[in-house]
Design a protein around this ligand. Structure first.
Ligand SMILES: Cc1cc2nc3c(=O)[nH]c(=O)nc-3n(C[C@H](O)[C@H](O)[C@H](O)COP(=O)(O)OP(=O)(O)OC[C@H]3O[C@@H](n4cnc5c(N)ncnc54)[C@H](O)[C@@H]3O)c2cc1C
Length: 422
């Protein structure tokens, strides 16, 4: 498609689009998953539209490095996710901005002596993963979207309605500004509260974890040394994720998942009192918590769509599944959905098939659902295990952690799985 077809460029220039224009693929949601999928499908003789309710402007990235300069939302990207972003041409911009590799991970139980350490050297890898600010990932992907001549981006205008046109075998979409579009394949990448999932009555299985996650950035007294740390407290897990430092100052991103009823009191504390409470909860393993950026709280809910597909429609990433952030796997699973869906659509294209063809979508669902279920069950199991206060469970849990630490092959397998390389 010639570039002039772009109805709404990222730079904000408006170009009229023919009403009811048909696209091979329409992706709703330009978060990490949606923009990654658009880039993955670009350049393959497909017409792709990307619809985003928020203005489609790459987020601005502060040059200063101080406690307030970091995005409170970060992702622990596995080497596999990093590889995908590299293939999409986005990793270069992320690396040129800032990210923090972590080579070591320490996890310990607040209720005993159980502790387990993972090191990248155990599996001969240069790092276990990278901590990257979400806005840096989105910004890099939107730059790739902007470079792709065959992605038509609709920014600042949400999807309002969608229905199936049985006769034409196309999805009919209506945007909030009245624009009508048709799609051979509609992809819902519109996040945990997906409107597409709701409008098309996809069923979900879901339950509340009874946790909210407080996220923020802190400055700590001592260097994190490239180690991601997590302490399992009876009230929930607390993670200190390493961030790039500057001029002798050390920063970590915090994900403190904690029982719902305790969150409001923590949010109400002034900065100094919150730093003290956080330091106590973390056993001050990096010395004093010296400063803290504004805090945000996210409700945590496990949600899994019973089906990821309907005729002409696919759900990806958080629209299909959300899990507890305790192992930082959410967007890593989402990016694998994106990689597999793109692979199946492009393989179908090479056979001359429409992207919405049932077999393509069935193959996508078959390849992704099992993997996602295993990870979700594991995260749920961990959360429940560490909540148990009964003495025998606590003893077993601590003994188990020490035992796994001594079993080299099992530990290597766990590391590789968490890195997404197995
Ligand atoms: C506290 C916390 C910590 C986390 N840490 C990690 C981690 O370390 N590692 C990890 O892998 N994952 C982590 N996750 C999970 C990760 O953040 C999510 O999996 C990821 O952000 C989901 O990306 P997405 O693109 O699917 O959805 P989103 O980022 O929610 O993007 C959806 C997009 O769709 C748009 N949209 C919504 N409705 C419409 C509409 N009607 N029309 C048009 N556009 C629409 C929205 O504006 C948005 O831009 C964490 C989650 C939480 C809550």
């Amino acid at each position: 498609m010639p570039r002039d077809w772009r109805p709404w460029t990222i730079a904000g220039e408006r170009i009229p689009v023919a009403d009811g224009q048909a696209f091979d693929v329409v992706i709703v949601g330009a978060g990490i998953a949606g923009s990654a999928l658009a880039v993955a499908l670009a350049g393959h003789d497909l017409t792709v539209a990307l619809v985003e309710a928020q203005p489609l402007v790459p987020p601005s990235l502060p040059a200063a490095v101080d406690v307030g300069s970091f995005d409170p939302r970060v992702s622990a990207l596995t080497p596999r996710s990093r590889q995908l972003l590299q293939e999409l041409g986005a990793w270069e911009a992320i690396a040129a901005y800032r990210q923090c590799p972590y080579t070591h991970m320490t996890v310990w139980d607040a209720d005993g002596t159980g502790c387990i350490e993972f090191d990248c050297a155990e599996v001969g890898a240069p790092a276990l993963g990278h901590i990257v600010e979400n806005r840096a990932i989105v910004s890099a992907l939107l730059q790739s979207v902007e470079r792709a001549a065959d992605i038509t981006a609709f920014g600042g205008v949400g999807l309002q309605d969608c229905r199936r046109d049985q006769s034409a075998q196309l999805m009919q979409l209506q945007l909030a500004d009245g624009t009508a579009l048709r799609a051979g394949l509609l992809v819902a990448a519109d996040g945990a509260l997906s409107r597409v999932r709701e409008m098309l009555a996809f069923r979900t299985r879901e339950w509340d974890y009874g946790h909210r996650a407080i996220v923020t950035t802190v400055q700590v007294e001592r260097s994190h040394g490239g180690t991601a740390r997590q302490r399992f407290l009876p009230s929930g897990p607390l993670a200190f994720l390493p961030l790039p430092g500057a001029a002798g100052a050390h920063y970590c991103s915090i994900v403190w998942s904690i029982r719902d009823e305790l969150v409001d009191d923590l949010l109400a504390l002034d900065e100094r009192a919150f730093c003290v409470a956080l330091g106590d909860a973390f056993e001050n393993r990096l010395g004093e918590v010296q400063a803290c950026a504004p805090r945000y709280a996210f409700p945590l809910r496990q949600r899994h769509a019973v089906d990821y597909i309907q005729p002409g429609v696919a759900l990806v990433a958080d629209a299909a599944h959300t899990i507890h952030p305790l192992a930082g796997q959410g967007i890593n699973l989402g990016l694998q959905d994106v990689a597999v869906l793109a692979e199946e659509v492009l393989a179908g294209r090479a056979r001359g098939s429409n992207p919405g063809q049932a077999e393509i979508l069935r193959r996508y669902q078959r390849r992704r659902k099992g993997d996602n279920l295993v990870m979700m069950a594991a995260m749920d199991g961990f959360k429940r295990l560490f909540e148990q206060q009964a003495l025998p469970v606590r003893w077993l849990r601590n003994a188990g952690m020490r035992g796994v630490g001594r079993l080299k092959p099992l530990k290597q397998q766990l590391i590789r799985h968490a890195m997404g390389v197995q």
